[in-house]
Design a protein around this ligand. Structure first.
Ligand SMILES: *Cc1c(COP(=O)(O)O)cnc(C)c1O
Length: 430
């Protein structure tokens, strides 16, 4: 079989050097892969149990149109999400256009003029800067009189509890905690760490709403932040929980009050969650959710494989090759724009869709510098599918994520090596 595999990779344009280097690396990862498989297995049962509990049935896949009153598929989907995340309620809708929208919705639905929002975990995700108004922006929370404070992490990446305590005042209505590192090189927080932070904040004032930006974190661990005290967890369906099948959408799972406020903000005061046609996406939402634990497991294996490969080649990886994982993102720092571009080209050339195009850096809306993105996805922009992106500035870190299967993620990484090798930016140890 080894020779057949080698020849199949050869036909994909993978050199013998790259192939044997990758096979050797992979052999040493079997123990870690088994651990991931066990998490997948537990999460698979969690999802299955929720679907059974709420008597998921074929009738729930029927499309609705217009106002979407009595959309039993939508209602059941939201119950299933609430069960999985262990929350009182959930809002899961195709009308939420992306993760940023879900976050903006959760914040603006639950904050009022005069309230204050705190990020106790340093700078939030780039697109959050405009929602909050850190960078002036039309319709930001700042324009509506919501103030914002940010507490930086300590140098070792842990929470600055003293400053967090000092920053909280009577005005503090909500804290926003970003689980994943996003475009930063800080570590991603574990659910346990997030739980400790929430406990600390609730001891100061139990009424403070603790929201977690859960993007890229779903199903990576056995628990979600909502199992350790978060009042709201928020994410995108074209990332982990959509399982690669959801064509659009976002979710907010949380307390009845937080979710209800979000319904009214999403539609209109007085309407709430009773309207919102699903236009036939329910089956994909359910099926994607059902596959999500497996897809996330594959993506995690791909990320671990990537870290092990690039660390051997001398590049800094966050997380590193051995540490435990709390999201599906792998950062690799190149300190070299050409290497970043070659890496992204490799990912693009490994895609099932648009493999014939070459990615180039461009000024993407919501980001304050040029960004290069590699993605050839079935769902446009879906970063649960094999994808890589990098803001084009020092330290030239590329963020790699996804892969609907481990094998595809592996092929992608092998293609990045090939591309770096081809451009003479790297030599593979023999
Ligand atoms: C992806 C992401 C977002 C925003 O999601 P979009 O769907 O790209 O708008 C927010 N926060 C984090 C941590 C993310 O990874």
């Amino acid at each position: 079989m080894y020779n057949q595999l080698k020849s199949a990779y050869e036909q994909m344009g993978i050199s013998e050097n790259v192939f044997s280097f990758c096979q050797k690396t992979e052999e040493n990862l079997q123990g870690r892969f088994e651990e991931i498989d066990m998490v997948t297995e537990c999460n698979q049962m969690k999802v299955l149990k929720a679907m059974q509990k709420h008597h998921l049935a074929e009738a729930h896949f029927a499309p609705t149109t217009g106002y979407g009153y009595n959309d039993i598929g939508r209602e059941t989907l939201e119950k299933v999400y609430a069960s999985i995340f262990g929350t009182e309620a959930a809002l899961v809708r195709p009308q939420i256009t992306c993760g940023t929208h879900a976050l903006a919705l959760a914040l603006s639905a639950n904050l009022r003029p005069g309230d204050e929002l705190i990020s106790p975990v340093g700078k939030p995700y780039d697109t959050m800067e405009e929602i909050i108004g850190i960078r002036p922006s039309k319709g930001s929370l700042a324009e509506y009189g919501v103030s914002y404070k940010q507490v930086e992490l300590l140098e070792d990446g842990t929470f600055d509890y003293d400053t967090i305590k000092k920053s909280i005042s009577d005005k503090t209505k909500m804290v926003t905690i970003q689980r994943s590192k996003g475009y930063l090189t800080r570590p991603t927080f574990s659910v346990k760490q997030i739980g400790e932070l929430i406990t600390f904040i609730k001891q100061i004032n139990p009424k403070i709403i603790c929201m977690v930006d859960n993007c890229y974190g779903e199903f990576v661990e056995l628990d979600e932040p909502s199992n350790v005290g978060a009042d709201m967890v928020v994410g995108s369906l074209i990332k982990n929980p959509g399982g690669g099948l959801a064509p659009i959408g976002g979710y907010i799972c949380g307390t009845k009050e937080c979710v209800e406020n979000s319904y009214y903000r999403l539609t209109a005061p007085g309407l709430g969650g009773e309207v919102g046609a699903t236009l036939g996406v329910n089956k994909d939402f359910f099926q994607g959710l059902f596959l999500a634990p497996q897809v996330v497991g594959g993506a995690l294996k791909g990320a671990i494989f990537a870290a092990n490969i690039y660390e051997q080649l001398g590049y800094e990886c966050v997380p590193n090759s051995t540490e435990s994982r709390h999201d599906i993102i792998q950062a690799v720092t190149f300190h070299d724009p050409d290497k970043v571009i070659a890496f992204c080209e490799g990912i693009q050339y490994a895609a099932p869709v648009d493999s014939h195009v070459t990615p180039t850096p461009w000024a993407m809306p919501g980001y304050d510098c040029d960004v290069i993105m590699a993605a050839g996805a079935f769902i446009s922009g879906a970063s649960i599918e094999l994808s890589a992106d990098a803001p084009m500035h020092e330290p030239y870190t590329v963020y790699f994520q996804g892969g609907l299967s481990y094998h595809h993620a592996k092929i992608g990484i092998m293609k990045t090596l090939s591309q770096l090798e081809k451009k003479k930016l790297l030599s593979i140890p023999v």
